[in-house]
Design a protein. Structure first.
Length: 462
């Protein structure tokens, strides 16, 4: 299995990579299959069923809307976020879908979009099934898919939830564990970002990779800018007010964003909070974001990257590229050895992995050795172990938005703490990742993005 940095950072749409981006991609993949197989012309009706966590919290996460958009040929990377809700509303009102954007079929929202709150498919909690019917009601095509976190989708023939992609590319420096990665760095006298760069060159040129990563950084910046300017109440019914715009005005008025001359020693932390809030409020509103590695944790890497650019002397685009490469190396370790899906292991797999990735990326660009970078990543995940996924109302708002801000500051602290040591530590990153996986296996299902436990139920009672 070979994973690229671009697999860990992809451009998508809020509010959830597993509940929005994945289902949209799966629906589009299904309709693409209908067209390529020649079955689209005979299709008069399409049905979708969402299971497990998708069924339990799909309404709040917009999974049903994402499926409609995907069936109509939209992709998370390019869908117009300003008109997405109107497109879905029109499909429901007109009782029709335009499959692939052009083939009309009948559509009854209540009958053709089914969310099963307590049924699951076997391979992963985020399962979905699509079927196409002809005029006689016969099934022309039926496929199941799993949205396994970070926007990754696997077909229903996957042998298990750990099957990610079928890319068998041979890499010059393959690694499956942090220990293997550190051994490569020591043997070849390379940094972690150097190893990742060498591996990436099997897919694309260095110039192309740099362009793609800086495009991702541009989307992160645009997301922060949008989040700092868009005021009002977030959708979904919880009446959560956007806080980023007012915080941005306060910080801009008081200090213009510079540490020099400021009387507040924690000003940088205030800005980091702002960056994370801005991204996750945009995500909750269905805006354009970067899955980093998931939407629920999408504010952490951008917030720490913004901290690097704004507050670290000498920060530049080369550093941004190295940051993302090192962060992705750590994300790959989580992806192949545990999970980044809140529905599978709780929020430790989303916010925890993102905190670990951001800590590694920052430590890399602050001059950390490979051992120090690994140490930073370990600290980032160790202190998120056991974190549950308990979104109130099935919405990616409470506690998700604030949780990203707290984890962003934690990532910076982890990087700085690691830089004060020599990289040696008692608990390895590999052991911490294994512990996260084991903890997720032991965690009750109600704490895994079902909104049936934790804050999701106790906030209502309070």
């Amino acid at each position: 299995m070979a994973l690229s940095v671009l697999d860990l950072f992809s451009i998508g749409i809020g509010p959830s990579s597993s509940h929005t981006v994945g289902p949209m991609r799966a629906a589009k993949q299904f309709t693409d299959g209908l067209e390529s197989s020649g079955q689209l012309a005979a299709t008069v009706r399409v049905q979708a069923e969402l299971f497990g966590s998708l069924g339990a919290t799909g309404r709040g996460h917009g999974s049903d809307k994402a499926v409609v958009l995907g069936l109509q040929g939209e992709s998370p990377e390019t869908v117009d976020t300003r008109t997405a809700d109107d497109q879905v509303a029109a499909a429901a009102l007109d009782a029709e879908l335009r499959i692939g954007g052009h083939h009309r079929v009948d559509f009854n929202w209540e009958e053709d979009m089914l969310l099963h709150r307590r049924k699951s498919l076997p391979a992963h909690p985020n399962g979905m099934t699509f079927r196409a019917l002809d005029h006689a009601g016969e099934v022309l095509r039926e496929r199941s898919y799993y949205s396994i976190g970070g926007g990754f989708v696997v077909d229903g023939d996957a042998s298990g939830s750990d099957k990610v992609v079928a890319d068998a590319t041979v890499l010059p420096y393959p690694f499956n564990t942090a220990d293997e990665l550190l051994a490569i760095c020591a043997r070849e006298e390379m940094s972690i970002s150097d190893v990742m760069l060498a591996n990436e060159l099997v897919w694309r040129s260095e110039a192309e990779l740099r362009e793609r990563l800086l495009e991702i950084w541009a989307v992160m910046r645009e997301c922060v800018d949008n989040g700092c300017s868009a005021e009002g109440i977030l959708p979904g019914g919880l009446n959560v007010r956007r806080r980023a715009p007012s915080l941005f005005k306060t910080l801009s008025t008081n200090d213009a964003g510079h540490v020099t001359g400021s009387a507040d020693p924690l000003l940088a932390m205030e800005w980091v909070n702002l960056f994370a809030l801005a991204v996750n409020e945009e995500n909750a509103a269905g805006g354009r974001i970067v899955t980093a590695p998931t939407n629920g944790a999408a504010g952490i890497v951008p917030a720490v990257l913004h901290y690097y650019v704004k507050f670290v002397p000498g920060a530049d685009d080369d550093g941004v590229v190295r940051f993302l490469l090192a962060a992705a190396a750590v994300g790959i370790l989580f992806k192949i050895n545990a999970s980044i899906s809140g529905a599978e292991v709780g929020c430790q797999g989303e916010v925890g992995s993102a905190c670990s990735m951001a800590a590694a990326g920052l430590c890399e660009v602050l001059g950390g050795t490979p051992a120090q970078v690994e140490n930073a990543a370990e600290v980032g995940i160790e202190h998120n172990l056991g974190l549950t996924c308990d979104p109130v109302g099935g919405l990616v708002q409470i506690p998700c938005i604030e949780r990203n801000a707290i984890a962003s500051v934690k990532a910076i602290n982890a990087a700085r703490l690691a830089l004060h040591g020599d990289g040696s530590h008692k608990v390895s990153l590999d052991k911490a990742i294994k512990t996260m996986r084991d903890t997720g296996a032991d965690m009750k299902i109600k704490y895994k993005e079902t909104s049936r436990g934790g804050l999701a139920v106790n906030v209502v009672e309070c």
